[in-house]
Design a protein around this ligand. Sequence first.
Ligand SMILES: NC(=O)C1=CN([C@@H]2O[C@H](COP(=O)(O)OP(=O)(O)OC[C@H]3O[C@@H](n4cnc5c(N)ncnc54)[C@H](O)[C@@H]3O)[C@@H](O)[C@H]2O)C=CC1
Ligand SMILES: CC(C)CC(=O)C(=O)O
Ligand SMILES: [Mg+2]
Length: 359
Amino acid sequence: MKEFKIAVLPGDGIGPEVMEQAVKILKVIEHQEKVKFNFEYGLLGGCAIDADGTPLPEQTLEITKNADAILLGAVGGPKWDQNPNHLRPEAGLLALRKELDLYANLRPAQMYECMAKASSLKEELVAGVDIMVVRELTGGIYFGEKKRYEDQNGKEVAVDTLLYHEDEIERIVRMAFEIAGKRDNRLVSVDKANVLESSRLWRSVVERIAKEYPNIECTHMLVDACAMQLVRAPKQFDVIVTENMFGDILSDEAAMLTGSIGMLASASLTDGNLGLYEPVHGSAPDIAGQELANPIATILSAALMLRYSFGLDDAAKRIEDAVEDVLNKGIRTADIATTGEISVGTNDMANYIAEILEA
Ligand SMILES: NC(=O)C1=CN([C@@H]2O[C@H](COP(=O)(O)OP(=O)(O)OC[C@H]3O[C@@H](n4cnc5c(N)ncnc54)[C@H](O)[C@@H]3O)[C@@H](O)[C@H]2O)C=CC1
Ligand SMILES: CC(C)CC(=O)C(=O)O
Ligand SMILES: [Mg+2]
C-alpha cells in the first residue's frame, strides 16, 4: 500500500477548526484510494510561541522536512500582535517558506456557476472567472532587512527593504509561463515599474523570458491598475505573475470575486515534489471558536496537495466536484450565505462534502 507522510500544522484561530475538516475529507480519500496517510502534527505560529517560545520550533521544521507534503491552517492573532518581529506568529510561517524554499505560491480563484448567480456582484461580471495568481513567495519586502531607529529630531523611523535577485525572479516567471502554456496562453505580469527599481528588473526579466515562449501572449500591468481591473473586468485575466507583496494583496482581492476568502486554496511549491498547502485566508480571530469558519479553502488546499505532491489527480478532482455539488445544493456557511439557502456550520459543511464523496 502506498504511504504518504503529511505534516499537519493547524496553527491559530480558525486554523485548527478548518484543519479538522480537511483531515476528515482526507480520511475518506485514504479509504477510497487504498493509500495510507500518516498525519504528523506540529506547532507553528502563536501556539508554538506559547508552548516553545518560538513561532517555528526545531521539531516542527524536522516534521516538515521529513514529510511528503505539508498542510497548514493559519497563524496569528491579537494575542501576539504586540510581540517583537521574531516572536510574531507570521514570522514562523515566513521562516518555514524560506527554509523549504517554497518560492512559488499558486492561488487559483475560480467562480462556481451557482455562486455567480448568488453573487453580490453582477453575475455577468463574475460568471466564468478563472484566474491563477502566481505569487513569488520567498523574496521581496517580507524578507528584506528591517530597521527601527530615531532620527536626529528624536522621531521614530522604520525601514523595510524590497530586494530581488534576478534568478529569484527568473524561476517564478518561468513557472508562470509554463502554467500559462497549460491554460489559455495568456500571462499578465504585474509590477510597479514606473516607480520601483525592483519592478524594473522584474519587467526586464519577464521580457527576456517571454522570447522563449512566443505562443504565450504576455503583457505588463502596473499593480494599482491591476487592482482596479480585477474588480472592473476580472475575466480579462487568466494567469497573473507578480512579486510577493503584490501577490498577497491581489489574491485576497481575487478571492472576493469568487464569493469569500473562505473559498480560496493555495499551493506553495519548490522544485521538488514537496509542497505546502494552505488556505489563502488568515486565522480570522473575529469568528474563531464559533463554528462559523468556511472549511472549503482548506479542503480544496488538501485537494491541491493530492494533485501536486502525491499525483492523486482523480481523488483531487472528486473532492473539487463534491465541493461544487454541495454548493449546487444550496448548502452554505455564513460567509457565502444569501437568502433561501441551507445555512450550516464548519463541521456540517465538511460532513456534507464527505457524504457526497462517499455516495
Ligand atoms: N497564512 C496565514 O497564516 C495568514 C495569517 N494571517 C493572520 O491572520 C490574522 C487575522 O488577519 P485578518 O487580516 O483578519 O485576515 P483573515 O483572512 O484572517 O480574515 C479576514 C476576514 O475574512 C474572514 N474569514 C477569513 N477566513 C474565513 C473563513 N474560512 N470562513 C469565513 N470567513 C473567513 C474573517 O472572519 C475576517 O472577517 C492576523 O494575525 C494575520 O496576520 C493573515 C493572512 C494569512
Ligand atoms: C505571512 C503571511 C501572514 C502573509 C500573508 O498574508 C499570506 O501569505 O497570505
Ligand atoms: Mg495574505
